[in-house]
Design a protein around this ligand. Sequence first.
Ligand code: TMP
Length: 208
Amino acid sequence: MNERLAGKFIVIDGPDGCGKSSQVKLLIEWLNAQGVSTARFRDPGDTPIGEKIREILLNPEHLSMCTETEVLLYMSARIQLWLEKIAPALKDNKCVILDRWLSSTYAYQGWAGGFGVDKIMKLANDCLERVWPDLTIILDVDTKTASKRLNRELDRMEAKGDIYHSKVRAGFLKFAEEHENAFVIDASQEIDNVHENVLRIIGEVSFS
Ligand code: TMP
């Protein structure tokens, strides 16, 4: 297992409330139990600059932030994360698990925010040394179930409302349709069933 997953870059992504952080945690525990050496990061975040950008992006007081600013801030945090954390971990032959990645910019800003997915891809290709992971798993959940799970104070992105978040969901499904090595799991199921599906996909996917 370690040989198969060493140096692989795996992303777990999906709408707010899809249960992605719990699935990342379960996956890391499982991989470590199999003797796979892992590194886990969240996007945006996990670098000094990235964490500051994350705070700006999610602060509910920043209601005037437009989609273009979001795009550039998310991309900036991601560039730092790649350079400072992901690239070195992959070089070290770690199996890198990412909580979100460019697939989120595609679904949130590119699709739901109306920036345009082609423009997102152009910017990513110009700015990132590596654009796509080896595998993206999208945890799909309907907006009603997702918002029930978010029963706490919402951050600026979570608070954008049901219409925006249904578009985000559609954006992720479109992303999965258009990209190889992107798979969708029904994340309205119980947490253990979702975990089993994550493991099944990782077991079945062909890493080139
Ligand atoms: P998180 O709470 O899952 O860590 O994600 C932070 C929020 O930022 C979440 O609402 C999704 C949103 N987001 C985007 O809108 N675009 C992006 O490119 C990324 C990575 C996250």
